[in-house]
Design a protein around this ligand. Sequence first.
Ligand code: KG4
Ligand code: ZN
Length: 364
Amino acid sequence: MSAPITVLGIESSCDDTAAAVVCGVAGNANILSNVVFGQTDIHADFGGVVPEIAARAHAEKIDHVVEQALISADTNLTNIGAIAVTAGPGLIGGVLSGVMCAKGLSLATGKPLIGVNHLAGHALTPQLTDGIEFPYLILLVSGGHCQFLLVEGHDTYTRLGGTIDDAPGEAFDKTARILGLPQPGGPAVETAASEGNASVYSLPRPLLNRDDCNMSFSGLKTAILRARDDVISTHGGLPTQARADLCAGFQEAVTDVLVAKARKALAVARSIAPSVKTLAVAGGVAANGQIRMALRQLCAETETVFVAPPLVLCTDNAAMIAYTGLLRFNAGVIDDLTLSARPRWPLDQKSASLTGSGKKGAKS
Ligand code: KG4
Ligand code: ZN
């Protein structure tokens, strides 16, 4: 077994500037600090992440966030064994800020530099939080990502399927906008849905009849837009109850699609790696109570262990980057100062994403 190592992680691929210190070995590491500076307020007036504004904010904040992570871990650069940084996929300006910062630190201290794939960070989080062993299945489901990954090692991923258009978080956000609810849309839609009846409006479950693990959410958002317009033309406005019913119907449709495709993905994962015991989730949408509950129920039915890391580690953070760096360091994978930022970087090179870039960068 490798000796414990302390890794500084840096993340700046979207709208969170983050740094963290993680110490330990594969399957048993502790998070000594985890600092995240979010940019939600900065982008609030624009209805989405503005890449140039995000890049500038990362560049301004990154040194400070790294310093805070070291202070709150009660350590300093001398005690750090390696510096891990998100090198992609993501918004190029933000990724560059992190990579330049990490290169500068590595050059100044002589510590090894490790470039990390952001999606690998999400995919390896259940091992950081719950020590689960490979192989396992993970559903990454956020505003920017939506895919099922079979994880067989720190660098062995099979993408079993994903969205062919919007990510679910994006669909929650757009639905909130259509219904006049605040951003981020997920929590607002979930709150409104708790007062609604999901069976009032008949909404589509796209691609459910297809025997694969791909999903589609953009038609659902269009159906919500049409239903809202019908309600407005009938009532001369959008009554609170109709809004709640639309939210409940939307949430249930997303849940049905995710659960049906997770069932399929479990079967496919087990046909490739029969020892798969766990289904994990990560990403902001994994905060949704109905979705969590339905996935937990699916796991109970299929004798599968369900793992949902704490929300702060489901959403973008640098602890997952530090932990991925730790695994890469143990495997002897170290970069040099030629490390470059990669806006696109599919985890599974054999079956790359079906979608292009979303508002937050590469989607799946
Ligand atoms: O992982 P995340 O913080 O950022 C990225 O997209 O990378 O996820 C944010 C997304 C947003 O689209 C937000 O609306 C959604 O996660 N979200 C939720 C909930 N909380 C956050 N979606 C559904 N239900 C929630 N409770
Ligand atoms: Zn992410």
